[in-house]
Design a protein around this ligand. Structure first.
Ligand code: PLP
Length: 394
């Protein structure tokens, strides 16, 4: 059976983008967070209209600035999906979320200040701390046997008076944790006790599976919102990262003013009108597509889970509660090099390297992206199993 949003291997191989272009043609890519699927029709239609009419001048939409329309669509979406009353007046449009992370780190801390980051972590978060001259306070998530959990007591011992920001990724990339209300409240209390800004990347919010739920941390209450900057976009859940459009939301006007005192609005430029059109179409009219894609992602996750259990017991993961990414522990293989290099060389499968997410402890891990068709995922898994069998044979 072909999925309604499936793309064939030939089509994927002919794409010009980085996912299928990075590795040689005999490698199956399972790395960057992008899905091997067609996008929702309303997104295609919105872009086609702009192209057909050659609307490439300075834009407005619905008789207003495009950014006001984007902010309204964001607030309406947050209310509808998560019951969170975000304020459109407190939105800063972004070209991409990494830009937003860098800008917020810059605005709410000074060189040498500490930024807490839960590890393993999406590589640009490391860069946002390192490249701005801030100090990493590494807060390792640890396995409790079932899932990755935080140890805030251990973190308390690491934090000092110059720690300014708790950089949170919820849902978490790469572990796929969707933090519970109690966990988020503990983070909020921790931040309140030390007067930290919470910078919360919630880009994967739409992709929470089973009976887990996404809770925007700013929705916990006004005191939490008053120290929270949330960044999000439609780019992961609707598969449009190349269209470069996202938003940053400040919990209060005071936070917004503090941010703009360091980063004037015009310094961030504007997302392109095609990105705005696509994002607004996704948020307003894309849910039917997402309602088909999400159960498929959960099935692909279950396929990986069943395969690891049956065929590759030396490899372990905690079944992700969200996202289409998983953090696979390959340390039991005792590989001489990195897990990434092993699977690239021996399986011809291209994962994201674990060491990019956790420079010290990540070499034996690989991040898989399972947002593909069952056919392609079967090939990835079979190739992994064959590589491990040949490794075990010596
Ligand atoms: C947690 C997280 N934040 C941000 C991004 C990238 O967002 P952007 O392309 O808008 O910078 C990703 C992409 O994988 C991500 O996983």
């Amino acid at each position: 059976m072909t999925l309604p949003f499936e793309l064939s291997m030939d089509t994927l191989r002919n794409k010009r983008g980085i996912k299928w272009g990075k590795y040689p043609a005999d490698v199956i890519p399972a790395w960057v967070a992008e899905m091997d699927f067609t996008v929702a029709h309303p997104i295609g239609r919105a872009i086609a209209e702009t192209v057909r009419e050659q609307e490439f001048g300075y834009p407005q939409r619905e008789g207003r600035a495009t950014e006001a329309v984007l902010a309204d669509a964001f607030a309406a979406r947050m209310q509808e999906r998560f019951g969170w009353a975000a304020d459109p007046a407190l939105v800063q449009p972004l070209s991409d979320l990494v830009q937003g992370t860098f800008a917020a780190v810059w605005a709410f801390s000074d060189p040498g200040d500490g930024v807490i980051l839960q590890l393993p972590a999406y590589p640009p978060f490391h860069m946002a701390i390192h490249d701005t001259g801030r100090r990493l306070i590494d807060h390792h998530l640890r396995s409790d046997g079932e899932r990755f959990v935080q140890d805030l007591d251990a973190l308390a011992a690491q934090v000092d008076a110059r720690t300014r920001i708790f950089l949170l990724c919820n849902p978490q990339n790469p572990t796929g944790r969707a933090f519970t209300r109690a966990e988020l409240q503990a983070i909020a209390d921790f931040a309140a006790a030390r007067d930290l800004i919470i910078l919360s990347d919630e880009i994967h919010a739409d992709l929470v599976h089973d009976d887990h739920a996404h809770i925007p941390i700013a929705a916990l209450g006004p005191e939490v919102a008053a120290r929270t900057v949330t960044i999000t976009s439609a780019t992961k859940s609707f598969n449009i990262p190349g269209l470069s459009c996202g938003v940053m939301h400040f919990g209060t006007p005071e936070l917004q003013q503090r941010f703009h005192a360091r980063i004037p609005h015009r310094m961030l430029g504007h997302p392109s009108v095609i990105g705005v059109d696509a994002t607004v179409a996704a948020w307003r009219h894309g849910q039917a597509w997402l309602d088909e894609v999400k159960p498929h992602l959960a099935r692909m996750r279950d396929k990986v889970d069943a395969f690891l259990t049956a065929e590759l017991p030396a490899l372990r993961w905690h079944k992700p509660e969200s996202t289409y990414l998983g953090w696979i522990d390959c340390t039991a293989l005792n590989l001489p090099g990195t897990a990434h290099d092993f699977f690239l060389e021996r399986a011809r499968v291209g994962f994201s390297p674990g060491e990019a997410f956790d420079p010290e402890g990540g070499r034996g891990f690989a991040r898989i992206n399972f947002a593909t068709s069952p056919r392609i995922l079967d090939m990835i898994l079979e190739r992994m199993a064959e590589a491990v069998r040949s490794h075990n044979r010596g």
